[in-house]
Ligand binder design. Structure first.
Ligand SMILES: Nc1nc2c([nH]c(=O)n2[C@@H]2O[C@H](COP(=O)(O)OP(=O)(O)OP(=O)(O)O)[C@@H](O)[C@H]2O)c(=O)[nH]1
Ligand SMILES: [Mg+2]
Length: 134
């Protein structure tokens, strides 16, 4: 199974990035993530980004730019549960509204020097590296 995912590196004027905690029942549960979700059929990654960020954080992205795209294969003990994710990552600096954990998920603004204190899915290593060097 291959799934395409649109994710946002939302960066504020203090150069902090917004992270959210995945619930324990989700894939890669209890880890921190960059908000976003699966791209649906008949939707571009950017459209999915805007939709997911409104659903999860209640903010309206005004502009976004492509940051990177990462392909990662999660291999599970049960091969039926293995999946390849393609993360289309966007740099977001401009939005309307105040981000909230609409789905009850904890959210946090973190600085580059704090980011290593948080555990992310392995596929996110490259994203974290890019953010550190912005
Ligand atoms: N949102 C998000 N998903 C990530 C990240 N890194 C990463 O490997 N993923 C993987 O991407 C996949 C899809 O993300 P998701 O669970 O947010 O999808 P979604 O919002 O549509 O969720 P849903 O299926 O509950 O409706 C998951 O398997 C998740 O583990 C990340 O930083 N952010
Ligand atoms: Mg999601």
């Amino acid at each position: 199974m291959i799934i395409r995912v649109a994710v946002a590196a939302i960066i504020n004027q203090d150069k902090e990035v917004l992270i959210a905690k995945r619930s324990k029942d989700q894939h890669q549960g209890n880890k921190w993530e960059f908000p976003g979700g699966k791209v649906e059929a008949n939707e571009t990654s950017q459209e999915a980004l805007h939709r997911e960020i409104m659903e999860e954080l209640g903010i309206d992205i005004q502009s976004s730019s492509e940051m990177t795209s990462i392909t990662h294969e999660y291999i599970e003990e049960n091969p039926d549960n293995s999946k390849t994710v393609i993360l289309d990552v966007f740099d977001v600096r401009d939005w309307r509204g105040e981000p909230k954990g609409v789905e009850g998920q904890p959210i946090r603004w973190v600085t580059v020097s704090e980011i290593d204190d948080y555990e992310f899915p392995i596929a996110n290593v490259e994203i974290v590296n890019i953010i550190k060097h912005l």
